[in-house]
Design a protein around this ligand. Structure first.
Ligand code: PSU
Ligand code: MN
Length: 301
């Protein structure tokens, strides 16, 4: 593994000492947030972790080498270069051709698991897209979590996805979904949906205990920790519904397909909301990074 995946010195030292580490994805930086705020965000997420005594492991493929933990210049590259959006299936292609890519939740979880990093913070998980019955568009984020033992802290999944179908698929794939301080699945920019969850936990220690129990039982799956944003940071529901519907209609009219769908919708929603969705998006990610730090610390204790 050491020959193929480049684990940074800082992450390798934390792994060796059993100190807490949190993985961060690079697609949210390269394709999910507009420049130049994305570079500030990438740096801020790492700083939030360091302030909590946790080592950040931002993950990306640079010049064919999958990196777990980036230095200053690596962080700058994922924010400023036009990188391919890389899921797990792209990793071998990038490695063989010496190309670079920003890793999705799927590819980040896969590489984190390979390196032994167990906790990962993102904004929102990918899922089953609306109309997937016809298009078969389901994010590999779901299937990869079935075999990558990493707890992903996310504010549920975006209301641009088919959330009931997403939860059904996670059930089939045997990926546990736990609500953090909530009994219902959050909808990213909004705290609540009408989708009940089977399990609610209220402390980072409980989540760490679930990770240990997964190991003891040998289930090998990851976990979705659904962490709703604080009420005072929620997006206005009416504005949310109107803008999401409009972005959808535009994606449809322009024939946006495949892996371009998620980045198109996210960036269009930022434009249509005059930047409001971006501020909420950043609050969500910060909130998830903070909880992931607490989980990783509980796991290392
Ligand atoms: N949700 C967000 N921001 C993002 C993404 C999801 O709030 O940037 C990205 C993540 O990297 C996720 C990917 O893994 O979109 C899912 O894309 P797709 O649906 O093409 O699998
Ligand atoms: Mn897709």
């Amino acid at each position: 593994m050491g020959e193929v995946i480049q684990v940074s010195d800082e992450v390798a030292a934390a792994l060796a000492d059993g100190r807490p580490i949190v993985a961060l994805e690079s697609t949210i930086i390269s394709h999910g947030l507009p420049r130049p705020r994305n570079l500030e965000a990438a740096r801020e997420f790492e700083q939030i972790l360091r302030d909590q005594g946790v080592t950040p492991a931002t993950i990306a493929v640079l010049d064919g080498v999958p990196h777990v933990g980036l230095d200053e210049s690596g962080v700058r590259r994922i924010a400023e270069e036009d990188l391919a959006k890389a899921s797990v299936r792209d990793l071998a292609v990038l490695a063989a051709l010496g190309r670079s890519g920003a890793t999705t939740v799927a590819a980040t979880a896969y590489l984190a698991a390979q390196a032994g990093v167990r906790v990962f913070a993102t904004g929102g998980l990918g899922g089953v897209h609306q109309g997937a019955g016809d298009t078969f568009d389901e994010s590999a984020d779901l299937t990869v979590l079935a075999s990558s033992p990493v707890a992903v802290v996310s504010a549920g999944a975006k209301s641009v996805l088919d959330l009931p179908a997403t939860l059904e698929r996670l059930e089939t794939l045997s990926v546990p979904v736990v609500g953090y301080g909530t009994d219902v699945f959050p909808r990213f920019w909004l705290r609540e949906s009408d989708l009940p969850l089977d399990w609610r936990v209220d402390t980072p220690e409980e989540i760490a205990a679930i990770i240990r129990a997964q190991d003891a039982l040998g289930t090998r799956a990851g976990m979705v920790v659904a962490n709703p944003l604080p009420a005072e940071q929620e997006w206005d529901v009416a504005e949310h519904d109107r803008i999401v519907a409009q972005a959808f209609a535009e994606a449809d009219a322009q024939g946006i397909r495949g892996k371009a769908v998620t980045p198109f919708l996210l960036l269009r929603i930022v434009e249509l909301s005059g930047g409001r969705s971006l501020e909420v998006n950043l609050d969500i990610a910060r909130n998830n990074v903070r909880l992931a730090a607490e989980i990783a610390s509980a796991l290392a204790a």
